[in-house]
Design a protein around this ligand. Structure first.
Ligand SMILES: [Zn+2]
Length: 106
């Protein structure tokens, strides 16, 4: 009879301890998680300015390239157009000031 009592008591104690450990660990996990979230948020806030400056630098760096490309495209497009003399109507070069045929200024 006393053996039975011991077994039941042991089971009860183990269950109580187990519940306490579970509760404690979940609280600990929650605390750790919130700490992690807080530190992540802090890191994000700290690096926000850096990220902004980096993206600005990148935008400035690519701006020149984009401008050059745009200019090249524009040049290519305008060069494809045929230009004719205002006076005699013959085809002339895109960058020429005078007509090859009649010699008049464009
Ligand atoms: Zn001409």
């Amino acid at each position: 009879m006393s053996t039975m009592f011991y077994i039941i008591t042991t089971i009860a104690v183990v269950m109580v301890v187990f519940t306490i450990v579970l509760m404690f660990s979940s609280t600990l996990r929650g605390k750790m998680l919130s700490k992690q979230v807080k530190s992540m948020k802090y890191m994000m806030d700290e690096s926000k300015d850096d990220l902004e400056s980096i993206s600005t630098d990148m935008a400035n760096a690519t701006k020149g390239g984009i401008e050059t490309t745009t200019r090249a495209i524009k040049k290519g497009l305008t060069e494809e157009e045929d230009i004719y003399c205002k006076h005699c109507g013959s085809k002339i070069d895109h960058d020429s000031t005078f007509c090859k045929k009649c010699g008049k200024k464009q």
